[in-house]
Design a binder for this molecule. Structure first.
Ligand SMILES: NC(=O)c1ccc[n+]([C@@H]2O[C@H](COP(=O)([O-])OP(=O)(O)OC[C@H]3O[C@@H](n4cnc5c(N)ncnc54)[C@H](OP(=O)(O)O)[C@@H]3O)[C@@H](O)[C@H]2O)c1
Length: 248
């Protein structure tokens, strides 16, 4: 396949949680389009990624740990000679009704998704500020703004991420850093694949998708590429939904 020039060549990109799931598909798509990518992940996933790619393209950090993230971003920026784009993609879900969700599960979701995105932003900004045309892209979800019983902790965390994005976009614009959210619907990869494989849950959601099918991970990667590249220069503080049209 011939890849056309797209403004991504040599763009220096970090993706948290890029070692598996959606983040991995996005990372590999960006690599194919000429970007230089370092993934940030926990140890087992990073080890696996390194076996399949090369050691220079991964660093280890837990996104709930500010010191680990600071070290990981320093290392990634040193390897790439700076940073232009950061995807705060790492995330978790712990389904269950709010009234009986173990507090530890609720805390894990909020710490990983909200505090993790916040700490990733703090670690990334000193490097992105040097880019001149930088992007910070957080992963939200269709469930940020839609009510789904059993998805309380996750929905709350993604709604917080969307607010974080809107505030940070205004605060960071003077440093030429745009901040957006990519909000997938039900995707046939990562945690979406688990949901699709759960008949009582999927039977409820499938009829709500206008497209009549789940999204493909490649369809998220294409939009991620748009948000990372020059065609999205004037997009800021935006939540870009990619869900085939949802009616709930
Ligand atoms: N797939 C979907 O349908 C869908 C829909 C809407 C939104 N999203 C969002 O897309 C993002 C990726 O989800 P996914 O479906 O690819 O999920 P996934 O397959 O479960 O992958 C999650 C990734 O996040 C990493 N991660 C989790 N906690 C971490 C931590 N404390 N520190 C560092 N890395 C951590 C995981 O690393 P480990 O391997 O170390 O666990 C893994 O690489 C998430 O933010 C999710 O909410 C997904």
């Amino acid at each position: 396949m011939t890849v056309q020039p797209n403004g991504l060549a040599e763009r220096r990109i970090v993706i948290t949680g890029g070692g598996r799931g959606l983040g991995r598909v996005v990372a590999e798509d960006l690599l194919r389009h000429g970007a230089r990518v370092v993934i940030v992940g926990r140890k087992s996933t990073v080890t696996q990624w390194i076996q399949e790619h090369h050691a220079g393209s991964a660093v280890t950090a837990d996104v709930t740990d500010a010191a680990q993230l600071a070290a990981a971003f320093a290392e990634a920026a040193a390897r790439l000679g700076g940073l232009d784009v950061v995807f705060a993609n790492a995330g978790v879900s712990r389904p269950g009704p709010l009234a009986v969700t173990p507090p530890a599960n609720f805390t894990t979701v909020l710490e990983t998704n909200v505090v993790g995105t916040f700490l990733t932003l703090q670690a990334a900004v000193p490097y992105l500020a040097e880019s001149g045309s930088a992007r910070f892209i957080a992963l939200s979800s269709a469930l940020a703004q839609r009510i789904a019983p059993g998805a309380g902790a996750y929905s709350i965390s993604k709604a917080a991420i969307e607010t974080l994005v809107r505030v940070a976009a205004i605060e960071l614009a003077p440093q030429s850093i745009s901040v957006n959210a990519l909000s997938p619907g039900f995707i046939d990869e990562g945690m979406g694949r688990d949901l699709i494989a759960n008949p009582p849950v999927w039977d409820r959601y499938l009829p709500t998708i206008a497209a009549g099918r789940p999204g493909r991970a490649e369809e998220i990667a294409g939009v991620a590429r748009f948000l990372a590249g020059p065609d999205s220069d004037y997009v800021n503080g935006h939540v870009l939904e990619v869900n085939g049209g949802l009616a709930f």
